[in-house]
Structures are given as C-alpha cells and as structure tokens.
Design a protein around this ligand. Structure first.
Ligand SMILES: [Zn+2]
Ligand SMILES: [Zn+2]
Length: 122
C-alpha cells in the first residue's frame, strides 16, 4: 500500500488516505467535514504521516478517546448531584468545584463504565 498520495495540485501528502491539500508553507490542510457536520475541518497540520494520523484519530474518529470524552453522556457528580453532559465537562467540574487533583484516568474508567444518569465518584 502506498504511504503517500498527491493532492489536486500534485503536491505530496505524507499520508495514504487523508483528504485535503498542501498549502503555502508546506502544511497539510484537512478537507474532511467535522464530526459535528458543521463545516470543513481546515486544520493545518505538519505534513508528516504521524501528525496527520494523530489528527484524524483525535478529530475524525468518533471512537477515539478524545471524542468519547467530549461525547454527550449524562452522568451526575456523586458529591453535589450536578448533571454533566460529557466527561470533559465533569472533569472540569470536579476540578473547579471540588478541588479534585488526582489522576483523571481512573475517573475516566469509572465514567465510561456507568450506565447513563449514574452518580460518578472521583
Ligand atoms: Zn481534520
Ligand atoms: Zn459536584
């Protein structure tokens, strides 16, 4: 399988499947639609396979950890019962309101294993 491809202007994109163009200065400009469907992404990324892959994973894969942490998922804070719409909102909440400063990966594990509407402890 090819590791690179050419954009519409004949410039080399250092990724086999990314959609977009190389812009002035040599960066890759992402031409995918954002996951929320609102607009073309237009992120400017260093034209290296690793950089482009990590962008596609983070911003365009609905199953990536980054997207899952922002996904709508209603849980309540176990301490004050505030409803939080996503893990990232919850994490900000417990850090700001309850001065949580521990490791967030354990909180993430608890958050994702709970059925909707659970009280999540930290
Ligand atoms: Zn993009
Ligand atoms: Zn709370």
């Amino acid at each position: 399988m090819a590791t690179t491809q050419q954009d519409i202007n004949g410039n080399t994109i250092n990724h086999p499947t990314a959609a977009g163009v190389i812009i002035q200065g040599g960066k890759f400009c992402c031409g995918l639609i954002r996951l929320n469907g609102a607009a073309v992404c237009n992120a400017r990324i260093t034209n290296k396979r690793h950089n482009i892959s990590s962008h596609l994973n983070k911003e365009h894969d609905p199953n990536s950890a980054h997207q899952q942490k922002n996904a709508v998922n209603l849980h309540r804070c176990s301490r004050c019962h505030r409803m939080c719409n996503s893990y990232n909102i919850y994490l900000n909440h417990i850090r700001e309101k309850h001065r949580f400063s521990g490791r967030s990966d354990r909180v993430w594990t608890r958050w994702r294993r709970q059925p909707q509407g659970s009280l999540v402890q930290f």
